[in-house]
Design a protein around this ligand. Structure first.
Ligand code: T5A
Length: 209
């Protein structure tokens, strides 16, 4: 039976393989008859794509609080304009990053107050929560290495940050997954992409079919 009306998010550090897995999961879902909407954060709306450029550009000088507010603005627009209507129409919505990125990066990485970041997430999403969050776990140095090969050595505003930032992000993701084991599926992203994809598909079927 086709899966419908679920929000599945992919999370993890730089270059962990989220976009790769999003594409593979989309293929599986569509092959089994689901209507799929594939999104990324920041992005997915006109506003989100414009702010994405600002947020990723190494030329942007942003205060950490400004950065957090811009991610929240992107999310609020995406939820209202795209995600809620798509779920209501029965689509499976796959989102490359969502609420947990703000907690991991802005609270964990930047050191902003976690409670405030969670309040920003509530402001942007209301009661909407992912039905499943896949955390692709990878050593930050390996992920940054993968991203660097892919981007031919042109790092964005986050990729230029030192390893300590990315290790804090990873630690925060681990905490989040421990706090909500029923929502998270944590996978070793060091495995070949097809193996990771099999484990995600197995879990999606187990939960929603
Ligand atoms: N951010 C975002 C915040 O700080 N707060 C927030 O609230 C939000 C929403 C977004 C940036 O914004 C930050 C986090 C980010 O720094 P982005 O470009 O979307 O920027 O960055 P990422 O989400 O990190 O995405 P990336 O495109 O860098 O990485 P992916 O999608 O995780 O990885 P992917 O699939 O592109 O793979 C990277 C490379 O590795 C290979 C791929 O072929 C590719 O070349 N690969 C593998 N290699 C070996 N084994 C595997 N299993 C592999 N899987 C993929």
């Amino acid at each position: 039976m086709a899966i419908a009306g679920k929000l599945i998010t992919l999370e993890g550090g730089e270059g962990a393989g989220k976009s790769t897995q999003l594409a593979l999961l989309t293929q599986q879902l569509e092959a089994h008859g689901s209507k799929v909407l594939k999104l990324r954060e920041p992005g997915g709306t006109l506003l989100g794509e414009r702010l994405r450029e600002v947020l990723k550009s190494p030329q942007s000088k942003l205060e950490p609080t400004t950065e957090a507010c811009l991610f929240a603005a992107c999310r609020a627009q995406l939820v209202g304009e795209v995600i809620r209507p798509a779920l209501a129409q029965g689509s499976v919505v796959l989102c490359d990053r969502f609420i947990d990125s703000t907690v991991a990066y802005q609270a964990g990485g930047r050191g902003l107050d976690r409670t405030l970041m969670e309040a920003l997430n509530r402001l942007a999403c209301g009661s909407l929560r992912p039905d499943l969050t896949v955390l692709l776990d990878l050593d930050p140095a390996q992920g940054l290495g993968r991203a660097s090969v892919r981007d031919q050595g042109q790092p964005d505003r986050f990729e230029v940050l030192q390893d300590g930032f990315h290790q804090r992000v990873r630690d925060f993701y681990h905490n989040l997954a421990r706090e909500e084991p029923q929502r998270f599926l944590v996978l070793n992203a060091h495995q070949p992409p097809e193996k990771v994809a099999q484990q995600i598909w197995h879990e999606v079927q187990r939960r929603f079919s």
